[in-house]
Ligand binder design. Sequence first.
Ligand code: AMP
Length: 316
Amino acid sequence: MDVVKEILTKIKMYQTIIIHRHQRPDPDAIGSQAGLAEILRESFPEKNIYQVGGPVEGLEFLAQMNEVSDETYKNALVIVTDTANSPRISDERYDLGAELIKIDHHPNDDPYGDLVWVNTKASSCSEIIADFYHLNQDELVLNSNAARLLYAGIIGDTGRFLYPSTTPHTLEVAAELMSFDFNPAELNRELEQIPMNVAKLAGYVYQNIEVDEQGAAKVILPQSLLDEYGIVDSDTAAIVSLPGVIDEVLAWGIFVEQPQGYYRVRLRSKGPVINELAKKHHGGGHPLASGANAKDQKEIKAIYEAIQKLCKEYKK
Ligand code: AMP
């Protein structure tokens, strides 16, 4: 039996299904998680379906999380979406269930779970969930809210169909989702709009970005600056892609100081593969979009030098 059928069989077997996603969720984490939850609620109204995890950090308009007791995990099927590594799963009770399924589109470095469905060619985990519905259309029902959530995940992870992970299939899936009853333009606005303090931070990013002659760029955002602008870590999602519009920038790192003193590193690239570099610094991710951590300025320097090297090799 292929893994898709096996997953559906497991879903049908369990009365309680709890769906997790990664910490610091982005629209694809919430979209794939809550989108799957909506499909299962609509398809199996007699089952108990929960979506769980920590704060959704500015994405409340997409979905709210459910509160679940430890007891609920007994005899439950747990599904984790969009999460490559088990330490990044939000709500560490994910392994309290009877069985665990991983559904993801990141490289499968940590194949946790009794069943694993990973498709690194998918633009987003939401695209995989839409495929899951499609492949089982005779047994599953997709409602408008599920369509809205999955659409949000796809536009989130593709930068509105801009990034190279966008395929003809992505557009076919998005077109089908768009035919459901929700307002895609309003959803785009909700996802794209930023408060004034984040707009001012965008100004800071453009004023202070450093780019070398090979196109390697960096921006450091110290905690004192974030405090001055009234910015919290999750707000920085809106500025991560900004250096990409500068013609001479090829790959970049945004180093966001955390209240604990270490730096969250957000790496992006238009060509050089940066996820191996991320893995060397307690991180991981996609070939062109990864995250890592730097403990101090010395590690920031080492990461930036590595980006410079990757850009140089890429341009050879
Ligand atoms: P971010 O810059 O946090 O938006 O992350 C970009 C990509 O890298 C996402 O696909 C994340 O799942 C992945 N990523 C970010 N941080 C980590 C980490 N610490 N470990 C593994 N993957 C990460």
